[in-house]
Design a binder for this molecule. Structure first.
Ligand SMILES: Nc1nc2c(ncn2[C@@H]2O[C@H](COP(=O)(O)OP(=O)(O)OP(=O)(O)O)[C@@H](O)[C@H]2O)c(=O)[nH]1
Ligand SMILES: [Zn+2]
Length: 354
């Protein structure tokens, strides 16, 4: 048996193994999570077709197949369903967050998930897939293996350093004197961008905005949220003030990824609010880390800021990372006929200061 014994849970080699596992999951292949109780074979049901499921069964051998979902939790941990006889379409239907919870609860077929199911579910989150995993215990060889320690250490390792890659002048309609500096995460993932208006490094306390990517709001002008207005409003305020830094973080959907955000939207269309929708999918309300934002400010030599935000988490995260927030500058815009309840939920359930 190819028993993988990690020396360090974090570092380039461990990160490489995690990344290979993420890519494998996304194309429907099975990966092995080396856990305390032995190897656990895992695949993402949303990426499995019938052929993939057959291959999974062959790798799993004679043991049973379990389906775990981060949303199916009891106070004792994740729960799972015995799914040995089911087809790929049936598995997918079971993890459909819009219908499964209720049905499963009624049938009361949920049992305690195999040990270390959480690590497999975390791997799905890192792959920006739905946190649901088909699981089996396996003794067979598999080219993609990661340990639970490597999975746990991965996000922190990625966030702990950024590489400053390039700087270019990019005149913007709202701020002609603008530059973009790109910062690449340590795992070679998508770059975070700092948009510098004027010369913020020359100001004692420049305006700063931490903005998480929102494809729908920023680019398409979606009216479901306030992101587009916040983005453009921040650039205009910085232009007006003569300088500022807008950190554009590659953290779509508060860190759950665009596809999962669209899943959350579809749950919101059935009555959930933005927090409940995240939770029904098995995510926390907010899955972001502001470590990259603090690291970018430090790299840019900006240690004291006036932060454009309504989000208390951003204030706390910057302070904890050693960036002094001398002032919170409120950053709200009128509602538009589609985002009233989104804005109300931010105030009522996320503690946003309006
Ligand atoms: N999961 C999820 N993400 C959403 C939803 N609506 C918007 N987002 C994402 O939320 C993020 C926007 O967050 P920010 O602009 O940083 O706003 P904020 O956390 O409200 O904080 P401030 O605007 O600074 O007060 C973007 O990544 C959006 O894609 C939603 O309904 N569900
Ligand atoms: Zn948005």
């Amino acid at each position: 048996m190819d028993q993988h014994i990690p020396t360090q849970p974090s570092g380039p080699e461990a990160a490489h193994r995690v990344q290979q596992a993420l890519a494998a999951l996304r194309r429907g292949a099975a990966v092995v999570v080396d856990a305390a109780d032995g190897p656990l074979l895992a695949a993402a049901p949303e990426c499995l077709d019938e052929a993939g499921l057959r291959a999974f069964r062959a790798q799993a051998g004679r043991g049973g197949l379990w389906l775990a979902c981060a949303a199916w939790r009891s106070p004792d941990g994740p729960r799972a369903l015995e799914v040995s006889g089911l087809g790929a379409g049936e598995l997918l239907a079971l993890v459909d967050p819009a219908r499964s919870l209720e049905e499963l609860a009624r049938a009361q077929r949920l049992a305690a998930a195999p040990t270390d199911a959480d690590a497999a579910l975390e791997l799905c989150k890192l792959a920006h897939l739905m946190p649901a995993a088909l699981l089996a215990s396996s003794q067979l060889d598999c080219p993609w293996r990661v340990s639970t320690g490597e999975i746990a250490a991965y996000a922190g390792w990625v966030d702990s350093a950024l590489i400053r890659v390039v700087e270019a002048r990019v005149p913007l309609a709202l701020a002609e004197d603008a530059r973009i500096v790109a910062f690449r995460p340590r795992d070679g993932g998508r770059e975070h961008l700092a948009i510098l208006v004027g010369r913020p490094e020359d100001q004692a306390e420049p305006l700063v905005r931490i903005h998480s990517e929102c494809f729908t709001g920023d680019l398409l002008g979606s009216l479901r949220c306030d992101c587009g207005e916040q983005l453009r409003g921040a650039l205009a305020a910085m232009n007006e003030a003569g300088a500022g830094v807008l950190l554009y973080l590659a953290q779509e959907g508060r860190g759950i990824g665009l596809v999962n955000k669209l899943r959350a939207y579809s749950l919101q269309d059935r009555g959930a609010d933005t927090l409940e929708a995240n939770e029904a999918l098995g995510f926390a309300g907010d899955e972001r880390s502001y470590q990259p934002a603090a690291a970018m400010l430090q790299a840019l030599g900006v240690g004291r800021v006036r932060l454009l935000t309504n989000n208390p988490d951003k204030l706390a995260a910057l302070a904890a990372a050693g960036v002094e927030v001398v002032e919170r500058v409120p950053h709200s815009f009128p509602s538009n006929g589609h985002n009233e309840s989104y804005l109300a939920t931010k105030a009522e359930r996320f503690g946003h200061l309006f």
